[in-house]
Design a binder for this molecule. Structure first.
Ligand SMILES: C[S@@+](CC[C@H](N)C(=O)[O-])C[C@H]1O[C@@H](n2cnc3c(N)ncnc32)[C@H](O)[C@@H]1O
Length: 240
């Protein structure tokens, strides 16, 4: 799977890195067996991961019902999505992930958990949310352990940006929520500088979100002695 994409308005600035398309035999088997069932096909552009403009996805048809929707950006191996889907069967979960092996691992977890309220889009979340998801239709957006881009000259590649704030404001319902977690002090400051200074959002908690399971990224941070920073922002003060 190609793995680069520009954020809207910042063409050429990439929020993720090219990774090897290699998979384990189990991942290849899960992908072959379950992709048709749980991965929503989308039209992608030249790079293969950016979503081309087109009609929004008909989510009630895809999920077979109308329910609150939670979107995870960079859902990785699906730990948070599948755990939450198991404990909240009344909510629909949509994960955007550009890395095929991670999509495959999530498919394995969906099967093991027996949940039916998770769907995946194997493409860039920024162009995906822009083109596929109706405005004011998402209850929560989750961004857990986004790629940190620690070097100053790479900060412009961070997923959280002014353009991301605009996109979240467009996509979330009234009183919608953004939940984020990072083990990078610098990224935490970056989040505070962008979302904390944005009058459309209010910081309502810095406690660990209790539904969020421990993933290898958090474990790696803890083992390296880094603090974990959690943020919950509510939509507020948005012009109607
Ligand atoms: C550091 S990993 C964290 C994965 C997961 N959230 C966790 O906590 O285990 C970040 C993930 O975000 C994905 N990613 C980064 N930018 C993305 C984008 N614009 N759209 C979709 N996925 C993205 C990467 O491929 C990677 O799998």
């Amino acid at each position: 799977m190609p793995t680069v994409s520009p954020a809207p308005g910042r063409r050429g600035v990439l929020s993720y890195v090219r990774r090897s398309p290699r998979m384990t035999p189990s991942q290849a088997a899960w992908l072959a067996r379950f992709a048709d069932q749980w991965v929503i096909p989308v039209r992608t552009g030249e790079l293969g991961t950016t979503v081309s403009p087109g009609l929004p996805v008909d989510l009630p048809t895809v999920f077979g019902r109308v329910a609150p929707l939670i979107v995870e950006i960079g859902s990785g191996h699906g730990d948070a999505l599948v755990a939450a889907a198991s404990t909240h069967p009344d909510v629909d979960f949509l994960g955007f992930e550009v890395f095929d092996a991670s999509i495959a691992a999530t498919l394995g977890k969906i099967d093991a958990a027996g949940v039916t309220n998770v769907r995946l889009i194997a493409a860039d979340a920024v162009t995906g949310l822009t083109h596929l998801i109706l405005p004011r239709s998402v209850q929560e957006i989750w961004v857990f352990f986004p790629d940190p881009w620690p070097k100053k000259r790479h900060h412009k590649r961070r997923l959280v940006s002014g353009a991301f704030a605009d996109l979240a404001s467009r996509t979330l319902i009234d009183d919608g929520v953004i939940r984020l977690a990072t083990d990078s002090q610098s990224y935490a400051e970056h989040i505070e500088a962008i979302l904390g200074a944005d009058p459309r959002f209010e910081l309502t908690s810095t406690q660990r979100f209790d539904t969020r399971p421990l993933t290898k990224f958090e474990k790696r941070g803890l083992e390296a002695g880094r603090a974990i920073h959690d943020f919950t922002y509510h939509v507020t003060g948005r012009e109607s």
